[in-house]
Design a protein around this ligand. Sequence first.
Ligand SMILES: Cc1ncc(COP(=O)(O)O)c(C=O)c1O
Length: 311
Amino acid sequence: MTTRSTVSPGGDFRPRAEAVIDLDAISANVAALRDHVGGRDVMAVVKADGYGHGIVESARAARAGGASWLGVAFLDEALQLRAAGDTGPVLSWLAVPGERYDEGITAGVELAAYSSAQLLEIATAANQVGERAAVQLKLDSGLGRGGARPNEWARLTALAAKRQADGDIEVTGVWSHLARSDEPGHPSIADQTAAFEAGVDEARAAGLEPRHVHLANSGAVLAAPQTWFTLVRPGIAIYGVTPFADGSSPVPLRAAMTLRAALALVKRVDAGLGVSTATPTSPTGRRRWPWCRWDMATVFPGTPPAPDRSC
Ligand SMILES: Cc1ncc(COP(=O)(O)O)c(C=O)c1O
């Protein structure tokens, strides 16, 4: 099945370009990634309008391919999935104070908690609506983005254990996010994995029993089995794009999006000609020809292929 979105100048003009989305490719990629991780749970990341592929359509395709979970940044996105009829497990991980947690809790959306203040806000909302909130605690194992740093983790897990005993929340998961999984073998992957494992042990020592333990985004799903734990969280790979700069992937992926437009002009160019305004330059001031030449080869037939994509 495919969906299309078009770019047109507006009014009655005919569309000038279109994005054609192959939803079967998303299903096939999810199935292939799930096989690759030995049948572990897959949380398909469909935030940001399914990386531009359409959140609802991508979510359905991912579920059809075997994604038991969906992952989104905002609660609004999770509620959009619910409004479209999705009833399965969904994790929403990016909130600000004053968030509509009550709506998320009654819709059965699992909520990430990054700090004690946020956990209290979620627990209070749960108490008010008279339902237990399912919460997944996030450790900042080294990304430096959302999540509690290891020095705040003991306080967060102790508070979570208390509010769980009070009946306001249930801690279903513990998770973290990698900074550089798109660079296989990068030392930060081992460092973050070790910090994460220590955090999971600490959560268990505080009396929590997280069923879902997860760390791996696409790069790690493809190439770092030690990060797989109980569940993996691929984004870009489910849309058929490898995160690796050399274009490789140990799992065959099918690109889900094809951009199509009528060609306005086809011409042969000399290597070294810049492409349009603001041609990218390297830090040394040299223009980045090989990249441009590679990129334009598909548009300008006859342009010799560059030795590699990077420069
Ligand atoms: C928390 C979280 N997990 C997983 C992903 C998926 O990452 P990727 O597209 O590299 O697989 C993202 C995307 O940025 C994310 O924010």
